[in-house]
Design a protein around this ligand. Structure first.
Ligand code: PMP
Length: 482
């Protein structure tokens, strides 16, 4: 049943009684068709917290709505909307969207992720798991320059070509030379974030019923991109230098369609695949004719030394589909990523992309091009690395101080994440909810894994330095008190 998300409070200063304001608010939501029949209201205790009123005020408002025939108490199932104001007035049957909501190809998010996605925007919550750059790190002054520069260059903002702006693709084909990737603009597709590239791949070039091999754990397990197209994920375990090659071999069968890997600053473990393993992996994939998606979202975020070259840089057979994005290194909201691969694949993906959204935002494409072409991106990345390095230092210092007795962890060489492994087998869901109640948002490891685990993905990229340290200290206390 669809639980309603309420982000509103009655006005304490108004002369209208609080219960009246609440009843009117709910009636308006129902009357506008925003809250449909079958939707569930939070329990009274939660409603009184959300509205900031006594429980008796909530009860008074709900009683009125019950008397009007709009809602019904269903014991332990809570209070449900049973009628629409208009359908009541017109004596029409009301539309029940519930079974539509449960239909459709795309699977819903994991419940924990739905909660994370909502709580991220609550005031005063400390986000210890968010895989995004902090607003503090946003290069505001440089962004102003970019806006000024592009304002002189834009002559129209129409649809772009199926593969995206040729201007941006030319710039990207030069930019990726930095990673020893040689490609021409015709082999690049601009996507609305690299997640879309995965969506396009799953819809356009993979067969339902096939299997995609992925690291265990993996970022991709936290979504249902492949599963919603009827594709199964099979987890392959990792060691300290990346995915286990023997295990890939053991898991190959005639249903295996490709391998999805994050070799550089892996999400969520931070692991970097060694050069040696990269070479062996590429050989193995060529021998087995196993195409690879190389997700390189974090490459620019090295903190100690540049990481080994991308798999793509040595791919002479066109078996690697290489994904890049500006989301992790500059601004996730630009929604600009790219995928590089054989032209035939890129054209197929571009054709499907045209049917999906007619292309990524042209404005964002101009901005991306300007960032890279002007050289500002490179200058900004240097300072970003310094900032991330001090954040990493602060996070590790705080962990030393408060987690030494309860957890172990890796020291990431880049990216955003510390993969914290708890020493005792506590109930991780309980920990997640307990953190939420205490104003701390974490990404528990189970959302990324195939089996139970006792990890937490800590990100040092998002929370302010103060919140990061304060939040980690609080988290250690919550774990110890659980
Ligand atoms: N790949 C990886 C490994 C990620 O961590 C993320 C973001 N969490 C994405 C892809 C998606 O990024 P975007 O769609 O914003 O480019």
């Amino acid at each position: 049943m669809n639980m309603l998300n309420i982000n509103w409070k009655p006005d304490n200063k108004s002369s209208t009684p609080l219960y009246r304001q609440i009843a009117d608010y709910i009636k308006e939501k129902i009357g506008n068709g925003e809250w449909t029949v079958g939707s569930k209201l939070p329990v009274q205790r939660d409603l009184s917290k959300i509205f900031g009123v006594n429980r008796s005020t909530v009860i008074e408002a709900l009683d009125e709505l019950k008397a009007d025939g709009l809602i019904e108490g269903r014991g332990k199932k809570g209070t449900v909307i049973i009628n629409n104001t208009w359908s009541l007035m017109a004596s029409l049957p009301s539309q029940n969207w519930e079974h539509y909501i449960k239909s459709g190809i795309q699977q819903p998010n994991l419940h924990t992720i739905q909660i994370i996605n909502k709580l991220e925007y609550r005031d005063n919550i400390i986000r210890l798991g968010t895989g995004e750059l902090s607003p503090e790190l946003f290069p505001k002054e440089m962004m102003k320059k970019i806006f000024a520069n592009i304002s002189n260059k834009i002559n129209s903002l129409g649809y772009e070509r199926p593969k995206g702006s040729l201007y941006l693709r030319k710039i990207l084909s030069q930019y990726v030379k930095k990673f020893h990737i040689n490609t021409s603009p015709s082999s690049i597709l601009i996507v609305s974030g690299s997640l879309q590239a995965l969506q396009l791949i799953s819809m356009s070039i993979l067969k339902p019923g096939s299997t995609v091999l992925v690291e265990k754990p993996s970022y991709i397990k936290s979504l249902h991109v492949f599963e919603s197209s009827g594709i199964n994920l099979r987890g392959i375990s990792m060691d300290k230098d990346g995915i286990r090659l023997n295990e890939i071999l053991r898991n190959l069968d005639n249903r295996t369609s490709l391998l999805y890997t994050i070799p550089t600053f892996h999400n969520p473990t931070g692991t970097v695949m060694s050069q040696h393993k990269r070479d062996n992996l590429l050989n193995l994939c060529m021998q087995e004719r196993l195409p690879v998606i190389e997700d390189d979202a974090y490459r620019e975020l090295w903190l100690d030394e540049t990481p080994p070259d991308a798999l793509k840089s040595k791919d002479r057979n066109g078996i690697v589909l290489y994904m890049g994005t500006l989301s992790k290194s500059l601004a996730a909201g630009l929604r600009i990523g790219w995928i590089i691969g054989p032209e035939s694949v890129i054209e197929r993906l571009g054709d499907v992309k045209m049917q999906t959204d007619y292309g990524a935002s042209s404005l964002s494409q101009y901005m991306a091009a300007e960032w890279i072409e002007s050289g500002l991106y490179e200058i900004y990345l240097e300072s970003l690395r310094k900032n991330l390095k001090s954040r990493r230092r602060a996070a590790l210092k705080t962990l030393e101080k408060h987690f030494s007795d309860i957890a172990s962890w890796n020291i990431p060489a880049g990216g955003f994440y510390i993969w914290l492994k708890l020493k005792s087998k506590i109930n991780m869901e309980k920990l997640f909810y307990s953190c939420c109640k205490n104003g701390i948002l974490i990404n528990p490891g189970y959302i990324y894994d195939f089996n139970t685990n006792y990890n937490i993905r800590i990100s040092y990229s998002y929370a302010s330095m103060y919140d990061l340290q304060f939040g980690l200290k609080k988290l250690s206390k919550i774990i110890k008190d659980l």
